[in-house]
Design a protein. Structure first.
Length: 128
């Protein structure tokens, strides 16, 4: 696949490629992005195809998205400037995204909130 660009009219704070589970696939086809400093921040899913990059799903996110991490091929963790952590579930090949679980008060929002999330196996660590 040749390099391509996609203009997104949001301030993007982070981008994460979906981990490649199928070793016969050369590269991931999905990525997620998080926005910041917008009236309505979002976690968005993009599909990379031969004819370019297309947004296929999006969901509102409370606060600025400060970090993203894949917990599984269909689960994305998003940390927030409000201090919380949200687990989003992807369905229908990434064409649908919904809230699976929330932890709203992990960190204090006045001190920067939840500034990072990282996954290792089925373990999740946050910082703030």
């Amino acid at each position: 696949m040749a390099g391509s660009g996609k203009f997104v009219s949001r301030k993007i704070s982070c981008v994460r490629w979906q981990p490649v589970v199928d070793t016969s696939t050369q590269s991931p086809s999905l990525m997620v992005t998080g926005s910041w400093d917008d009236q309505n921040n979002k976690v968005s899913v993009y599909r990379c195809e031969d004819d370019g990059v297309k947004e296929v799903a999006s969901i509102d996110h409370q606060g600025d998205v400060t970090s993203l991490a894949w917990l599984a091929s269909d689960l994305v963790m998003a940390s927030s400037s409000t201090g919380g952590l949200v687990m989003y579930k992807l369905a229908r090949g990434g064409h649908q995204i919904s809230v699976s679980q929330t932890w709203p008060l992990l960190h204090r929002s006045g001190l920067g909130g939840c500034t990072a999330v990282c996954c290792y196996g089925d373990n999740v660590a946050t910082a703030g």
